[in-house]
Design a protein around this ligand. Structure first.
Ligand code: C5P
Length: 270
């Protein structure tokens, strides 16, 4: 402990220790980090700290809207872009909170993660956090509609060939809700627009409709679930393309663009 204190006082950065099974048979702190974790920590160390001291809230993944206890409506979002942005923001020195729909992805190191299922749960998780974050990046593919009622029991076939009638209600728009909070409580908002055609035109309209300073357009069908993507940043000054690349590289470029645009300490947070 004395040596560790000395090393840290000398300005070195300690990686670990990790916790778990020890060679001596005990369980607890003292393991070496996994090689992949050491690699990622080193890579992170050398990223520009353009978001140092800033708090970034991110939504990612799809939502799942239950029809009954075993069925529901969801979409093909994998969460990969949002998780890459969470990692890139943490690498850039931000304090990151990631609100994730149902996805099968590991939490990036150093990121606080909250798992939710439905759009309503996502909104309930995001709203109380919005005022304590400086930047909000909404990458989640939130379901536009949910079943008007969720059946308590599994809906059964009745043998007549009759199909259940499903009625829908519109989900709350999480991004628009955050973007319309009072100025003092509102983080700087970034939206995503996944479109299948006229990507940039729809993104321009969507940016104005949602009242946000920056929207990131991408082609939904050619990116959902993939490891690469191509982005077009749309703000009040026009468009800027980030050409096709792997999602982590794009996320790092996007984080640099956000850092350059988002006003620093624009508001005081309680
Ligand atoms: O309206 P649309 O779904 O195309 O807008 C996409 C953007 O809005 C994304 O940033 C998405 O995360 C966000 N959104 C949201 N809540 C919704 C629908 C979309 O936060 N209910």
């Amino acid at each position: 402990q004395r040596n560790v204190a000395r090393i840290v006082a000398d300005g070195a950065r300690l990686l670990g220790p990790a916790s778990g099974d020890q060679a001596c048979g005990e369980i607890g702190d003292g393991r070496m980090l996994e090689p992949e974790e050491l690699r990622d920590e080193l890579i992170a160390h050398f990223q520009p700290k353009c978001l140092a001291g800033r708090r970034v809230l991110i939504t990612a993944g799809p939502t799942f809207e239950a029809i009954d206890p075993v069925r529901g409506i969801t979409n093909l979002s994998s969460g990969k872009m949002g998780f890459a942005i969470a990692r890139a923001a943490a690498e850039a020195g931000a304090v990151v909170t990631l609100v994730a729909g149902p996805v099968h992805l590991p939490t990036p190191r150093g990121v606080a993660r909250i798992d939710v299922r439905s759009a309503e749960q996502m909104l309930a998780a995001v709203l109380p956090l919005a005022r304590s974050h400086d930047i909000f990046v909404a990458t989640a593919a939130v379901a536009d509609w949910r079943p008007a009622a969720t059946s308590e029991h599994k809906i059964k076939k009745d043998g007549t060939g009759a199909t259940p009638a499903l009625a829908f209600v519109e989900n709350p728009d999480i991004l628009a809700t955050v973007a319309h909070l009072p100025v003092a409580e509102r983080p700087w908002c970034v939206g995503f627009a996944a479109e299948s055609h006229d990507v940039v035109r729809h993104a321009r309209d969507k940016r104005l409709r949602k009242g946000i300073p920056l929207i990131v357009a991408n082609h939904g069908p050619s990116t959902f679930g993939r490891d690469d993507n191509a982005l077009v940043l749309v703000d009040a000054d026009g468009e800027r393309e980030l050409p096709r690349s792997d999602k982590l590289r794009l996320a790092r470029a996007l984080v640099a663009e956000i850092a350059a645009r988002a006003p620093r300490a624009a508001r005081t947070v309680a």
